[in-house]
Design a protein around this ligand. Structure first.
Ligand code: OAD
Length: 252
């Protein structure tokens, strides 16, 4: 058998052999191999002239609702065309491997659920959800009247994507669940995230403070790298399947 691409340190495998309370926090890097651009990738085509920070804010939406709605409609076409990659599929196996596993994601593309992960904590919402900008309620029927953005069927206000924008607070229940999981876990995997955006990035510190083992999976270094107990430097789509294979071998 060809030697594994990335060697998983035996001491890490030893810890994972008996670990039960495990958390994985993922970012856009996990969806990169599905063809979904990460936030720090340059924007393409029409959107190349904008930075996400200039579009993903309530102010940008109120200033130019059509442009922001159309940007998300464009990103929805990308995520709907995308398929879960081997990294998503491997992460869905963590649920079977560990007795008390929690998957927390910053991604809004829904690919973890499509790969079979259950009960995913979506800290930044989901691009397939649409909300009324004024009421904050979920809009289930969206009139196909060509208006962009469409209007709320209840109050006539503007509809918006159900994602967290810069400057907005995260869904409270999701954040609390994520913080509780980070406080209780024995191991926290930080996968495919630049660890730059809080409060999501703070979850690794919450776990570390309560004595959890920190494992980072990322081809490049981040502010977390020097504090991680283990760093598996490679693309999630290659590292995670290998990691699952080796965890299955030690957990029998
Ligand atoms: P970023 O684009 O900031 O970071 C992506 C990370 O993935 C980088 O550290 C890359 O090195 C890494 N990466 C790239 N390809 C990878 C691969 N194949 N496997 C593993 N890692 C890979 O995306 P996020 O960290 O998710 O917030 O960004 C966090 C938040 O910033 C987003 O949720 C968004 C943005 O502002 C909101 O929209 C509120």
């Amino acid at each position: 058998m060809a030697p594994p691409l990335i060697e998983v340190p035996p001491a890490l495998l030893e810890r994972l052999r008996s670990a039960e309370r495990v958390v994985a926090l993922t970012g856009a890097g996990v969806s990169a191999e599905s063809g979904v651009p990460t936030f720090r990738d340059a924007q393409s085509g029409l959107w190349a002239q904008y930075r996400p920070e200039e579009l993903a804010t309530p102010e940008a939406f109120l200033k130019n609702p059509r442009m922001v709605w159309d940007w998300y409609a464009f990103r929805r076409t990308l995520t709907q065309k995308a398929a879960p990659n081997p990294g998503h599929v491997a992460l869905s196996r963590f649920q079977e491997l560990f007795g008390d596993f929690t998957l927390i994601t910053q991604n809004v593309d829904g690919l973890h659920a499509r790969a079979g992960s259950r009960d995913v904590i979506e800290l930044h919402g989901n691009i397939e959800t649409t909300l009324c900008f004024d009421e904050g309620t979920v809009a289930t029927e969206i009139a196909d009247d060509g208006k962009s953005p469409p209007r709320c069927p209840q109050c006539g206000g503007l509809l918006r994507p159900g994602v967290v924008w810069f400057g907005e607070s995260l869904p409270q229940a999701a954040l609390e669940r994520a913080e509780q999981a980070a406080q209780r876990c024995e191991v926290l995997f930080s996968i495919g995230t630049s660890s730059l955006v809080h409060p999501a990035a703070g979850l690794a510190w919450v776990a570390r403070r309560t004595g959890a083992l920190l494992v980072e999976i990322n081809p490049t270094s981040t502010p977390l790298t020097v504090h991680a107990d283990y760093v598996l430097s490679g693309p999630a789509g290659q590292v995670l399947p290998l990691l699952v294979q080796q965890i299955e071998a030690v957990r029998g």
